[in-house]
Ligand binder design. Structure first.
Ligand SMILES: [Zn+2]
Length: 260
């Protein structure tokens, strides 16, 4: 079910996944989110960057658009239609917060891969927005487990979510491994080595959720070519990684906790 906004929050969600972009939740936590049918409390996906851009596109936006499999100029509209299918496939509730993606929000600052996959600008409006979001969630959903990006890959939108969660939620949050970035050799280790605090991993078995996860990722047709080179390589890379992070056989997704 799609919620119109955060004011409509009422269900006793077991898990709330913060997704900077349309696809992050399915890619990183799709298996955990895909609840077995008998599960009582549903999960909620909150996606931040879902607003339609109005400014002229910068160089890196044009580069991405050239790599995506787009049907028309309605880029965000297409990605939202994909998201509706993916969320239904996972069986989760979801809400879009209609913030602009970094490449559209601050086109002069985040104009290249080097500036986009790097620390945020101090005056980036997403920083206070995410802080307000976490305050709202703590007030309205005090029982829910909140999952946020660990920041593997250093995409600025992921780093802003991580920093706010680290400051406002601390050891209460789950920090999920950002896929596809975590698939790259050494990327997770590089991210962990840059963090303060003592971090421990928490693999979560997804033997019952892997098929739904792969199907949900497959719904993001515009992104599959750029991220994986096709549906079959996507499925095999997702399956292989899930097997790698499972400590006791089977398949898993992995989140991290920081010591208090
Ligand atoms: Zn993302």
């Amino acid at each position: 079910m799609q919620l119109p906004d955060l004011a409509a929050l009422s269900a006793p969600y077991r898990l709330v996944c913060i997704a900077p972009h349309l696809d992050d939740a399915a890619l990183s936590l799709g298996g955990v989110l895909a609840a077995p049918p008998a599960s009582a409390a549903p999960a909620l996906v909150i996606t931040l960057c879902t607003a339609a851009p109005t400014a002229a596109y910068n160089a890196v936006a044009r580069e991405f658009h050239g790599q995506w499999d787009l049907e028309s100029d309605d880029i965000v509209g297409q990605r939202k239609r994909e998201d509706v299918v993916a969320m239904a496939t996972l069986g989760v509730d979801f809400v879009w917060l209609e913030v602009l993606d970094a490449i559209y929000r601050c086109p002069a600052a985040y104009h290249s891969r080097e500036t986009l996959f790097a620390a945020p600008q101090a005056d980036d409006p997403l920083i206070p927005f995410v802080a307000g979001l976490f305050a709202t969630l703590r007030r309205q959903l005090p029982q829910a487990q909140i999952a946020v990006p660990l920041g593997v890959g250093e995409h600025v939108d992921h780093l802003i979510c991580f920093a706010a969660a680290r400051q406002l939620l601390g050891d209460a949050a789950w920090y999920y491994e950002d896929i596809p970035y975590a698939l790259r050799p050494g990327a997770l280790e590089r991210r962990l080595s840059a963090l303060d605090g003592r971090w421990t991993s928490r693999p979560m078995a997804i033997d019952d959720g892997l098929a739904a996860k792969i199907a949900a990722i497959g719904a993001y047709r515009s992104q599959i070519g750029e991220l994986f080179g096709g549906m079959a390589p996507m499925a095999s890379q997702i399956r292989d990684y899930a097997a790698t992070v499972a400590e006791a056989g089977g398949v898993a997704e992995r989140a991290w906790r920081v010591a208090p």
